[in-house]
Every structure is written in C-alpha cells, then in structure tokens.
Design a protein around this ligand. Structure first.
Ligand code: B3K
Ligand code: ZN
Length: 874
C-alpha cells in the first residue's frame, strides 16, 4: 500500500525460497491496543549462494532480533519487511515486535471484531503479525502460546491441539496450542474472546473421535445448530464420496461479525463471517441455510484440498479454490436437488463470471500477472476454476476422477503443488490425454460456440458443424481453440431419445471439440431431430444456435436433463429480450407471443416437475444476466423490457399463479428440500402476480403473507415483492421490519440490500440509509448489503445518465480506500467496465476513475483495477 506505482508480480518469475522455516514458536501477549509478538523460528538455508534472509513484514514495530539467542544488528528494515545479513546455514531466529490490533481497520492480520480478537492471514496477512517468509511454499510446524486477560478473553484459540494452559497472578491466563501438520503462514489463526460454544463429536471412518466446537457470540447458541449439522454432513460426505478423513482430534469454527469475505479454512480453526454460521427460521431464509451448508462444506473440504496439499505460489490459487468449489457444489448437489444446484451455479457463472471475462479484469483461472493478490479471489478463479475441474470430471468419469484424486494426494500430501501437478495426476491415473485441455488454465475469456446443423432425409444423416471462438480480452489478444466437452442429446418429435451412431457404433454423447471448426455426423437418424446442446452445462461457454420457438418449448417440456429444460426457457426468453430491447430503443412496441406464455403455463402446471425447478424456470434472468447478451449494455432498456415480460407473465398466467400460490401453503416451517421447493414456487408465484394490473389483490396477499409468516423466507419474500412491485403496503412493511430487527445486523443486511435494489429513487434511499442506526461503514457485511447491492444489483439506478451513481461510488471509495482496501476493491468492479456502455456513460465513468486515481495513498487493490479500467478505454 501507499506506493505510487506498485510493482506487479509474474507467475513465470517463481523462484524457490532461499531459506525455509522448519518450526515456529509464537507467543502473543494479547491486548487490542498493543500486542507483543515473539516469534522463534528454526530456519534452514536452501540456497547456499544466499546468506541474506529477506522476511516480509508490514506495519510492525520491531523491538529486538536475536540469532541463536544472541542480539543481531546486521539488518535493515525496508518498505516491505526486513533484510537480515550474513546469517548462518541453520539457526534460530527470535524476533520480538509490536502490533496494534485496534487500529487494523483493513481486517487483515490480527484485528478486533466486536469484543473479540481474531486473525485473517490469507493471502498475505501474516506479515502484518510478524516478520516471516510469508509465502505458501514455506511449510512450518507452528506452536502458539497466547496470554491475555481472562475475564475479557476466557477463550484463547489457535490451530491444532491444546497442549498446555495456566493462570498468571495478574488476572491473565495463557493457553498453548500445537499444530502437528506443517503449514504455510496463511493458514495460521488465533482467536481470543468470550463466546457461547456448541459442542458435538464426530466418529471418523477409522473410529477416531473428533471434538467439534462452534463458537458464536453470547446469546446466539440457538442459531448454531444448522452449522453443526452441516459440518457433520460434510465430514461424512468427504469420507464416503472422496474417501477423505479428518486428521486432528478437534475441529473448531468461530463466527465473527467483522470479516472481509465468507470464511477461512485455517487448519483446525476455521474463522467464519457470522452470516455463514448463524441461522434460525425466524432470522434466516432457505437461501441462507443452503449458503451455510455450502460454505461450511467448502471450508471443511479445504482441509485436504488446500491445507494437506497447498499452493506453491498464489498464481496457483485455483488449485485449491476451483477444486474445493467443485467439491462443495457436489456436496450440496448430493445433499439436496442436483438440478437446482446446477442451475444456481450456472446462473452465477453466466451473470458474474461472464461479465468478468468481458471486463478489463479478465484473467485466466491461473493468472499470470498480479499487483494485489486479494484482487484475484475472483469468480473466475473460483467458479470458472470449478467448471474446469467439472469438465475433467466429465471427461474422466467419477471412477477415474477419484483415482486421479488419490494419485494427487499420494504425490503431493504435505507439500505445495501447482495446477500442472493436479492435471498430471488426473492424466496419469486415467490414461486420458489432457495436454490440450490444460489450455483452460492459461487462456482467459468466454469461448463462444456457433452451431449449425443439416438433416439429410435420404441418407438419414444428421450433421452438426461446431465453430469455436474466444473473443480477445485486455490481457490476451490472441486466443486458441480449446478442448471443450460438448454434451448433446437428439430427440424425435415424439420426445423419444435418438441413439447416437456413427459407422454402426454407438457414440458418446460428450463430443470432444479441439479445433476452430469441427463436424460430427450421426447416422440412422429417422427424422429431423431436435437437439439439446450443452447438457448440464458441460462447458463454461456461450452458445449460438438458431433454435425455433417451438423447439425450445419442446425442450422445456421434454428434455431429460433438468438443466436443459431450464436452459431452453432461458434461450426462449433471451430471444424476446433481445428483440424487445431493440424495439424499446427504436421506440416501437414490445411483444411477447401467446405461444411463449403458453409454454411457460405448461411448465407451471406440470405435475411431474420438482417445484423448485418450476420456480427456476419461471424466474426471469436478472438485469445483469441479461446484460451479458449485449456488447453495449443499455440498463434502462433492459429494466423496461424485463418489467414488460414480468407484466405479460403476470397478466397471462394470473389464475394459475394465484391457484398455485394457495395450493402450496405450508402449515409450519421445516428445513427440508421438499418444503424449500414449495416455498420457492409459492414465493415465485407471489412475485410474478404482483406485476399484474390487479395491484389491489397483490397488495392484500403480500401484506397478509408478511403478517402471518413465522419464518424469514416468507416474510422477506413478501417484503421483496412489495418493494420490487412498488405495492402500496411497502412502506408500512419496511418500517415494521426495521422496528423488529434493527438490533440484528445480519437480518438488517437483507433490508438494506432490498432497498438498495429499489426500482424508484434508489440513490436517495441509499444515501439516507448511510446514517441509519443499524448501518456502519466499518462493517463489511453492511457495506456489501447497502452499497454493494446498489452498485451491483441495481444497474438502472447506478448507471443513471446524470452520473450521480458514479459520483456516489467515488465518495464511498474515497473513504473506504483508507479504511478497508479489500472491501473497496470489490465495490469498484461495475465502474471499471466503461467499454460496455454508451459514450456518455463511458466518459462519466472515466472521469470518476480519474478522480479516484488522484487519491492520496491509493491502495494497490484499487490502483490495479482503476488503471486496468482506464487502459481498456484508451
Ligand atoms: N481461502 C479463503 C479466501 C481468502 C481470501 C483472502 N482475500 C476462503 C475460501 O475460499 O475458502
Ligand atoms: Zn476456498
């Protein structure tokens, strides 16, 4: 931070460390105002030619340095750490330094969260605690002794097993922890505070008893049970699906209110944003419950994919993140509805990741150049990274994929590995050549498939021609064809599946694309087939194929694969969105044929489809998802067209929506997938029908649902509908919600986000809410829910033509730049995408970026994104 032109790091510059650290003994004398850290490290030279030890360290006050217990003066403090000269080949280094957790508003390193103290060290936070080789390929055994006031901090936690504890005379106590597994510094964790603890045990497959402890703020015990259930399910699932067993005697989770992201997989001591731990029916929605299950699973699964095998350098981040997201997606799919989970994941990819690929931040899942590592915890590294793992799973099949996992652990357990190592293990275990496939790791951008077909009646042949092309991105102007698995199905008009044959042989439904253009011939095809493309979204690509409406309606109703049914509906809507945006821009009337409405009616009335799937199909794509259909985005037209479609659905399907709404009411709240599905469909019906001309009835329904709801899913759905459809009851309900929940930050986040997405006067509302009693710019969750929701989920308001949305964001970022650069950097994404907007907006966005670039002490995080944004527009 605080440098004018920060220096970029390049993947290809990787060098092995000159020294390594075998053991580290840490002592913390803990207090928020001043903490003293004593670090005794056993250091061994790796490169004989180098006797200068360079350690990372930021914002530290050095007190003393000893080598082999003798004071050492041959060193220099630098901007990024310390250089210690003429060190021996093997020695003990003892460093004592001070830090001030209370001043740490960036929430990186050791900081204060409410009444507790906690750490966040990934990626490069440990250097804010002490001088160290703060890189993931230095693995040391950690022993940590924490001393603090017992009344204020009765619980003192760190990684591994508790090995000793004691009392001091002055009201302080101490606890010592030892982690038997060597680990990089980013997995170090410490927590001190007073908590309520939910305790349980898990018996592992080799009959080991593992103590499970979840630490929550006092008074929140009644919201911690679902997290425990999810943890036990995750432990069980990892044993049964991946054969992976937990390796310590204790696993702890601590929930904190101040956290920059979702959670952190520190060895044996996961630290979580309380949003992903706390849930009870009155305060958390079904969506929250599923989110908790997924994140608890994700962090737990990191114990093997991340901790036991870690990353050699941060460019390899997707090695652990893409793989662990794939694992958590599979966990959630196995626990609930696979189809619904797949649709949710694809939506995120299409909405957020495709937008990132089309932005100046485009990067491969394994980036090549990084200024601020925290900027690369992206949906590309995580979600596209998971799609790359999923494609390997598709190419290998479950059995060979699991054999690849075993080989990967056999080769790399206890060490730091690369993405290439992972692919090599998959290739060696399966015998399947992944040489061409590896390009997915180095090429950025969203590939586009353009597909044409031809049916030859006489020869009963069906020919498919597939072209692939990846548009250039700011980071890479040249693109190559990729190895893309394209899963297809062919249907007869009767709905029957056609067996894929070529030269008398049945062929696999997963076609392997390798070239810019390829042809596939299918024989014995008795009639012109209807093709279902990209089954289960077999590759993260955009698809162009000229479907007729009737073909899409057919697939919506008949496709075997639930994702393809959903996707056919999406493609049908996309056609009319595209057409109507152009109509709107040319001031012509908007249209939606009755046949389309009828297609959706059939889905709504379908008795064999899962209710949750019906709700997914009936939910219109968000404005952001729609934006990705266009090179130049017109936020006003998209908003108007989307609203038009909603009104057409509402009026056209009113009776069915109304009937299903009543038919799906539930007597009480239970967290089962069947009930969640019913609530999803019911609330989807309520939402759509509120856009009908008959506003009075909707107003009554919404109000009564809000008043009668005994759970947050239903009350929030009512409130959401009231705001989005601007129903007369909205203000009364919003006030009531505020009165009831204003002391509960996590619940108020929903209220803030909802109002930031308001279709009317959103900017004024957001500005006013900055001074609301429950809001604080210091808490990342509050910032994300109010400001994040405004800039990300309300494109028509953020991109207002007078530039007021941009102006507002500049003001907020000016404040957050100093306070919390990571949170600021997440918020700036929509502002750097100048190229996607008309000239007027683009020039206002450029001015906003130029103003930010002039800030004093501009953080590396913002600098990297602003300069890319401006470069892209040059
Ligand atoms: N590994 C952490 C993310 C750390 C982000 C640092 N800016 C959580 C996760 O992906 O599981
Ligand atoms: Zn992760």
């Amino acid at each position: 931070m605080n440098k004018n032109s920060p220096i970029a790091k390049y993947r290809l510059d990787y060098k092995k460390p000159d020294f390594t650290i075998i053991d580290i003994d840490l002592e913390f004398d803990l207090a928020p105002e001043l903490t003293t850290v004593t670090a005794r490290s056993h250091i061994v030279q790796q490169n004989k030619a180098q006797d200068t030890l360079i350690l990372d360290g930021e914002d530290l006050k050095l007190l003393t340095i000893n080598i082999n217990e003798q004071p050492w003066h041959d060193y220099k403090i630098t901007e990024s750490g310390i250089e210690i000269y003429h060190v021996p080949e093997e020695f003990t280094l003892t460093i004592i330094n001070e830090i001030k957790p209370i001043d740490n508003t960036a929430l990186e390193g050791l900081y204060v969260s409410g009444d507790a103290l906690c750490t966040q060290c990934e990626a490069e936070g440990f250097r804010h605690i002490t001088y160290y080789l703060d890189r993931p390929d230095v693995l040391a055994r950690f022993t940590t002794r924490i001393t603090a006031n017992k009344a204020l901090y009765p619980y003192l936690l760190s990684n591994g097993n508790r090995i000793a504890q004691g009392q001091l005379d002055d009201g302080r106590h101490w606890v010592q922890w030892q982690d038997p597994f060597p680990k990089p510094s980013y997995l170090f964790a410490l927590v001190a505070g007073d908590f309520d603890v939910l305790c349980d045990t898990f018996i592992s497959k080799s009959q080991r008893k593992v103590d499970l402890e979840i630490y929550v703020d006092k008074g929140n015990l009644d919201r911690s049970q679902w997290a425990m259930t999810s943890l036990k399910n995750a432990m069980q699932w990892d044993e049964s699906r991946f054969g992976l067993e937990y390796d310590l005697d204790i696993f702890m989770i601590v929930a904190v209110d101040f956290f920059n992201m979702g959670a952190m997989e520190n060895k044996g001591l996961n630290i979580f944003n309380s949003k992903y731990v706390l849930a009870k029916p009155e305060t958390a929605t079904d969506h929250d419950y599923l989110g908790i299950e997924g994140v608890i699973g994700h962090e737990y699964f990191h114990n093997w994919t991340g901790n036991r095998v870690t990353c050699r350098d941060w460019f390899q981040l997707s090695l652990k993140e893409g793989l662990t997201v794939f694992r958590d997606q599979e966990f959630s799919a196995d626990m609930g509805s696979r189809a619904v989970k797949r649709i949710d994941d694809v939506k995120i990819l299409r909405t957020v990741q495709f937008a990132e690929d089309a932005s100046p931040m485009a990067h491969p899942i394994r980036p090549d150049k990084v200024i601020e590592m925290n900027n690369f915890y992206t949906v590309t590294v995580y979600e596209k990274g998971a799609e790359v793992i999923r494609m390997m799973h598709t190419l290998l099949g479950e059995e060979k994929f699991q054999a690849g996992m075993q080989l990967y652990f056999q080769r790399h357990d206890g060490s730091a590995a690369t993405c290439d190592d992972f692919v090599q293990a998959m290739q060696d275990a399966s015998g399947i050549d992944l040489t061409h496939f590896k390009l997915w790791y180095s090429q950025s951008g969203t590939p586009e498939l353009t597909i044409t077909d031809h049916y030859d009646q006489q020869n009963q042949q069906y020919t498919l021609t597939v072209k692939q092309m990846t548009p250039p991105t700011l980071d890479q102007s040249e693109k190559q064809p990729l190895h893309i698995p394209l899963a297809i199905e062919l249907y007869q008009g009767s709905g029957e599946l056609i067996n894929l044959q070529y030269q008398g042989q049945t062929i696999n439904q997963v076609l392997n694309l390798h070239q810019a253009q390829q042809q596939f011939i299918f024989e014995n095809v008795k009639e012109k087939p209807i093709i279902a493309l990209l089954q289960d979204f077999s590759a993260p690509v955009k698809l162009h194929y000229n479907y007729q409406d009737n073909e899409l309606i057919f697939l919506m109703q008949k496709a075997n694969n639930a994702f393809n049914r959903y996707d056919a509906a999406q493609m049908l809507l996309a056609k009319y969105i595209y057409l109507n945006v152009s109509n709107y821009q040319q001031k012509q009337s908007l249209i939606l044929p009755d046949t389309v409405i009828d297609g959706f009616r059939a889905i709504l009335l379908s008795e064999q489809l899962d209710s949750a799937l019906i709700a997914q199909i009936l939910t219109l794509p968000s404005e952001n998802e729609i934006a990705n259909l266009f090179t130049i985005v017109d936020p006003d037209a998209i908003y108007q067209v989307r609203k038009f479609l909603l009104c057409q659905f509402a009026n056209g399907l009113y009776d069915e929506l109304y009937a299903i709404y009543h038919h799906h009411s539930l007597p009480y709240y239970r967290i089962t997938h069947t009930d969640m599905a019913k609530r999803a469909l019911r609330n989807c019906c309520l939402y759509i029908l509120s856009f009908a001309d008959n506003k009075k009835q909707a107003d009554l329904l919404v109000k009564s649902q809000y008043e009668q709801a005994d759970n947050m899913t239903d009350s929030l759905a009512a409130l959401h509908t009231a705001v989005m459809a601007q129903l007369p009851c909205k203000d009364i309900l919003l006030t009531d919600f505020d009165e009831q929940w204003h002391k509960d930050g996590l619940v108020m986040d929903k209220w803030f986000a909802l109002q930031a997405s308001s279709p009317n006067n959103a900017l004024q509302i957001v500005k006013k809410l900055l001074t609301h009693r429950s809001f604080s710019l210091n808490n990342p969750n509050r910032v994300r829910s109010l400001i994040g929701a405004f800039v990300n989920n309300n494109p028509a308001a953020f991109h207002m033509l007078d530039g007021s949305g941009y102006h507002f964001l500049v003001e907020i970022l000016t404040e957050l730049n100093q306070k919390n650069p990571q949170v600021a950097s997440r918020l700036i994404d929509p502002l750097i995408r100048l190229k996607r907007y008309d000239e007027k907006r683009a020039s206002l966005m450029r001015e906003a970026l130029e103003r930010l670039l002039k800030l004093n002490n501009l953080s590396n995080d913002l600098y990297e994104k602003i300069t890319k944004g401006l470069e892209n527009n040059a």
